[in-house]
Design a protein around this ligand. Structure first.
Ligand SMILES: Cc1cc2nc3c(=O)[nH]c(=O)nc-3n(C[C@H](O)[C@H](O)[C@H](O)COP(=O)(O)O)c2cc1C
Length: 194
């Protein structure tokens, strides 16, 4: 089992998935990781719907948009769509508007790292047709749909590269490998001195 830091460094957003199923046990364990995340004022305003029913998977897939900088090249190829989803919901009765987004960040990152450790790849998706997802999953009006996490065995292996200048856009090379630029440590971190 990898140490947490190695899991953090190894995780990349993946948008092509193998045929292996995402099991109900996987989904339950991921929500267990989200459930115990830090929460502002410990309000815990989030709820989750796991999806791995083969009839529902294509319907949720049709509600999602992928890799805007390179669209449509980042769309999962036919046959390599996600094999599971977790839909993250905000309980409007509980959520504090100022802080709930911090809670989403903490809970989702917990799930992405837990997935990585379980051998599952993920894509955190905010570009969601929320009315359609609400309709498909019969989400009650008390809940807002915040985002969707797409899951499956990785069928691509993106690489992380040092950002050149200020260009934040990821790209694909001639071999189709996805490159993700990250700002260098020297640009974003200062230790003690100005
Ligand atoms: C809040 C949030 C929303 C995102 N929404 C989408 C999305 O709608 N579609 C998509 O393909 N990727 C989405 N991503 C994934 C980012 O594109 C990805 O995290 C970024 O390119 C960095 O790559 P990395 O996760 O491999 O480090 C989202 C990421 C975050 C944090």
């Amino acid at each position: 089992m990898a140490a947490v830091f190695e899991t953090i460094i190894a995780r990349r957003t993946v948008r092509a998935f193998g045929p292996e199923p995402v099991t109900s046990d996987h989904l339950t364990k991921l929500v267990e990781a989200a459930r115990v995340a830090p929460s502002a004022a410990n309000k815990q305003p989030l709820a989750y719907i796991g999806v791995n029913d083969p009839d529902l998977l294509p319907r949720i897939f049709d509600c999602l948009k992928w890799a805007a900088y390179i669209a449509p090249a980042g769309d999962p190829p036919p046959g390599q769509e996600p094999r599971g989803y977790i839909v993250v919901l905000k309980d409007k009765k509980v959520a504090d508007e100022t802080f709930f987004r911090y809670d989403v960040g903490a809970a989702v990152e917990n799930m992405l790292l837990a997935a990585q450790e379980m051998g599952l790849a993920s894509c955190w998706i905010a570009s969601v047709n929320r009315p359609r997802v609400r309709d498909i999953l019969d989400v009650p009006e008390d809940y807002d749909i915040d985002c969707v996490i797409a899951l499956g065995k990785p069928a691509e292996h993106p690489v992380m590269v040092e950002m050149q200048g200020d260009d934040v856009r990821y790209w694909r090379d001639e071999a189709g490998v996805h490159h993700v630029p990250k700002r260098p440590l020297s640009k974003i971190f200062r230790l003690n001195s100005p």
